[in-house]
Write a protein that binds this ligand. Structure first.
Ligand code: ADP
Length: 506
């Protein structure tokens, strides 16, 4: 020990100059010299360690192992680094443990063997290593794609695993590529202008959406977050990329739902509007369409009061008839309106029943007779007794009387209205044929629209409701209504009832 005392000046001179802790032990592993770095590192006072066994600087749990380890080492007598492949720990006077790196240097002095241990406290290095490995792990394990690339050549410097996986390229291949190789929609000039605010320090981050091209040729939508970063001294681009395939899918679904709801709302709104319009129409109709028949009813009644003589019965009959007709007309309009209202509110109750077709046809013709213009004639179908029908009687009557009334209204005096019944394989067909004004070609496509009235019909009274509701009701019941017409020649309306609704009398 005195050897070091003797030479302490030289030892001090040498050892105080190094930042590592220096600890010299003899063959018994007793500490014979320390420098102040070592004393500080282990929390001891000056020379407090001299004469103490080395093991007081080593945590208890390592004692056994350590002692033999150092012995073996001294026996071999070679210089080496300790703790290869495993962590070494030192312990302070106060019990605090810390990771160390130690190198052992044996030497001979005056015939005795000593070992000089150089000890470094690696707490900080370990901490940084741990942090770095955490970041490295995050870099590699994150399911976002991360790309680091050169700001000049744009070549990839590092690309994380997820990006390699999704793209299908390995790092070797990517090292030869730039972001533009995987972004087919992005031109170099566009990329440069996107990156400009980063390079000019005007913005910290640039976000944009584009598509990535995989090695297998498929594309996927991505959201790019581009930043500048430093790699050592060198500026690099750093991009975090989110594969937004699913989000896009989600957005699309959301858009579809919104679209659907919008359609539903639009429909509901249209219905609401339609009902409102209906009310308005009804009011204006009452003031227009009701005026004429009501005033003619009034006239007839006034005149009736004047025909007091017995022999004036004929005149009285004429006016009573007029009144009847006008009332019927008003009633028909009201029925049409109620029908719309019921159709709109879904409150229609159909009741299919078996009845002879003649029952409805007779009723319709009987009522229509009163409306006939002078010289007009309705031809009755001669095979009418062949059909009995399974259908909603009210609907059939409404539709048929609409057709017949129209035929009368839109035909001149002395014309013939032909009612035909054709029994086909699958349908029973009722045709109402007139020789009237016809429907202009350009108006034909609108003829079943509600409130629509053709150009040439405007001089005649009407509401544009009858055909619309007739068709709707018929179609609700599986029947159909069509027409053909030629202006100034005449029109044929064809009502088709499927036979599975009809029974033919044997
Ligand atoms: P309205 O007769 O009360 O106007 P409709 O719905 O019954 O309403 O008919 C709609 C339109 O179809 C009529 O305004 C008319 O222009 C045309 N139309 C219907 N039937 C005939 C017909 N037999 N001949 C010529 N035009 C017709």
């Amino acid at each position: 020990m005195h050897v070091f005392k003797k030479n302490s000046n030289i030892f001090n001179l040498l050892s105080e100059g190094v930042s590592e802790g220096v600890i010299v032990i003899n063959e018994e592993q007793t500490i014979v010299a320390t420098n102040s770095s070592a004393e500080e590192m282990f929390g001891y006072g000056k020379e407090e360690l001299i004469g103490k066994p080395l093991k007081i600087l080593i945590p208890n749990r390592f004692h056994n192992h350590h002692e033999t380890h150092v012995q073996n080492f001294i026996a071999k007598g070679e210089k080496r680094q300790m703790g290869h492949g495993r962590d070494l720990y030192g312990v302070c006077k106060n019990g605090h443990e810390f990771p160390v790196e130690a190198g052992l240097n044996p030497f001979e002095l005056y015939g005795a063997t000593y070992t000089m241990a150089l000890v470094i406290d690696i707490t900080e290095r370990k901490r940084i290593e741990k942090e770095l490995s955490l970041w490295a792990r995050i870099f590699d394990e994150t399911l976002n794609e991360i790309y680091v690339f050169d700001i000049d050549s744009l070549r990839f410097i590092n690309v994380n695993k997820e990006a390699q996986r999704n793209l299908g390229y390995n790092m070797q291949e990517l090292a030869e590529m730039t972001p533009l190789d995987i972004k087919p929609d992005l031109k170099l000039s566009e990329f440069r202008s996107l990156a400009k605010p980063l390079l000019e320090d005007e913005m910290g981050k640039v976000d944009f959406e584009t598509k990535h091209l995989r090695k297998d040729g498929t594309l996927y939508p991505v959201e790019v977050h581009l930043q500048l970063s430093l790699m050592g001294e060198k500026k690099v681009f750093f991009a975090i990329i989110l594969d937004i395939t699913e989000r896009k899918g989600y957005t699309e679904k959301l858009e579809k739902t919104v679209e659907k709801r919008t359609r539903q709302l639009t429909k509901a709104l249209a219905k609401e509007k339609e009902l409102n319009e209906l009310k308005t129409r009804f009011l204006s109709l009452v003031s227009h369409e009701f005026k004429t028949p009501l005033s003619s009813i009034l006239t007839s009644i006034t005149l009736l009061g004047k025909y007091t003589e017995t022999e004036q019965q004929e005149k009285r009959d004429k006016h009573v008839n007029t009144i009847k007709n006008k009332v019927k007309y008003l009633n028909a309009i009201l029925n049409d309106f109620l029908s719309i209202e019921r159709l709109e509110s879904g409150k229609v109750n159909y009741k299919n029943e078996i009845f002879p077709l003649s029952k409805v046809v007779n009723e319709v013709i009987y009522n229509a007779n009163m409306l006939l213009k002078s010289g007009q004639k309705i031809q009755y179908p001669d095979n009418i007794d062949e059909a009995i029908v399974f259908f909603d009687e009210k609907t059939l009557e409404l539709a048929l009387s609409n057709l017949v009334h129209n035929a009368i209204k839109y035909s001149p005096e002395d014309s013939i209205i032909d009612l035909k019944l054709e029994i086909e394989e699958e349908f029973v067909v009722i045709k109402v044929i007139d020789e009237g004004i016809g429907i202009p070609k350009e108006d034909q496509k609108h003829i079943f629209d509600r409130y629509f009235r053709a150009e040439n019909a405007l001089v005649t009274q009407g509401t544009g409701i009858g055909l619309n509701i007739s068709k709707q009701h018929l179609e609700n019941l599986g029947a159909s209504l069509e027409f053909s017409s030629k202006i100034n020649v005449g029109s044929t309306f064809v009502l088709r009832i499927p036979k599975n609704l009809i029974q033919i009398r044997k």
